[in-house]
Design a protein. Structure first.
Length: 249
C-alpha cells in the first residue's frame, strides 16, 4: 500500500531540508568546488538521485542553499530600513540607517535558522570566487536591496557623491561579512576580551566605525572636487634623485 499524498509530500520536504542542511555545512567548509554531490548525499543520508531530483544539479543546490538564507536576510534588512526612515518628510538619521544595514548581519550569527556563521562563510566564498560573477548569486540576491540603502544614505547625507557612497558601501559590506564569518581570530587576539556573545555590544562598536568611514569617504570625495589652492611652481624630481646643486657639484 503506497503512502498517502500528504505523507509523501511531507517526506519529500523532509528529504529536501536534510539535503539543504548537509550541503550548507559542507559548502561553508569546503566551497562549491571543494565538495562532491556524493559527499553531500552521504552526509544527508540520501541517494545521489535525490539531489538531482530536488535541485537538478550541484549548482542548483548551491543556489537553493544561498537563497534560503539571503531572502530572509534581505527581508530583515528592509524591515529595519523601513523603521529607520522618517514617517514624514525629513532627512533620515545616518546612524539609524547604518544600524539597519549592520544589525541583521550581526544577529545572523546568533540565529541558526537564518544560517548563522556557515552562511556568512558561504557569502565570503562566493564574493571571492572568480566564478561567482558568472553565477550572479550575489548580484541577484542583494543588488535591489543595495540600491535602497544607497538611496537612504544619499538622503541622510544630501549632496554626497554617489562614487563616495559606493566606495563606502563596498568597505562596509567587507567589514560586515568578515564579522559574520569570523572564525575566532578576534577572541584569540584579545584573549577573550572581545567576543561576539552580545550582538548589541558588537553593534555599539561597529555602527560608529561604519558611520565615520562613510563620512570620511564623502569628505574625501568633496575635497577632491574642490579646486586645490595655488602653490608656487617648484621643480619636481624623482624620489631619491640628486638635487640640482648636487648634480652641478
Amino acid at each position: 500500500m503506497s503512502p498517502k499524498p500528504g505523507k509523501r509530500k511531507q517526506a519529500a520536504a523532509a528529504t529536501r531540508a536534510r539535503i539543504l542542511e548537509a550541503a550548507e555545512a559542507l559548502f561553508a567548509e569546503h566551497g562549491l568546488d571543494g565538495v562532491s554531490v556524493r559527499t553531500i548525499a552521504t552526509a544527508a543520508h540520501v541517494d545521489v538521485a535525490m539531489i538531482n531530483y530536488h535541485f537538478a544539479s550541484k549548482v542548483g543546490l548551491f543556489r537553493a542553499v544561498f537563497r534560503r538564507r539571503a531572502d530572509p536576510l534581505n527581508a530583515m534588512r528592509l524591515q529595519a530600513l523601513g523603521a529607520a526612515l522618517p514617517r514624514t518628510r525629513g532627512r533620515p538619521d545616518l546612524e539609524r540607517v547604518v544600524y539597519a544595514l549592520a544589525a541583521p548581519n550581526i544577529y545572523l550569527r546568533h540565529l541558526p535558522d537564518m544560517g548563522g556563521v556557515p552562511f556568512g562563510r558561504i557569502v565570503v566564498r562566493e564574493m571571492t570566487d572568480p566564478k561567482g560573477e558568472q553565477r550572479r548569486l550575489i548580484a541577484d540576491a542583494f543588488d535591489p536591496v543595495v540600491e535602497k540603502f544607497l538611496h537612504a544614505l544619499s538622503e541622510a547625507m544630501p549632496g554626497a557623491p554617489r562614487k563616495a557612497l559606493l566606495w563606502a558601501y563596498h568597505f562596509t559590506i567587507g567589514t560586515l561579512i568578515q564579522t559574520m564569518a569570523s572564525t575566532g581570530r578576534l577572541e584569540k587576539l584579545s584573549r577573550g576580551l572581545c567576543t561576539f556573545k552580545d550582538p548589541e555590544e558588537v553593534l555599539g562598536y561597529l555602527v560608529p566605525f561604519i558611520m565615520h568611514g562613510i563620512v570620511g569617504c564623502v569628505k574625501h570625495a568633496r575635497a577632491a572636487k574642490s579646486p586645490a589652492p595655488r602653490r608656487r611652481a617648484t621643480s619636481r624630481r624623482a624620489p631619491g634623485a640628486p638635487s640640482r646643486s648636487a648634480r652641478s657639484a
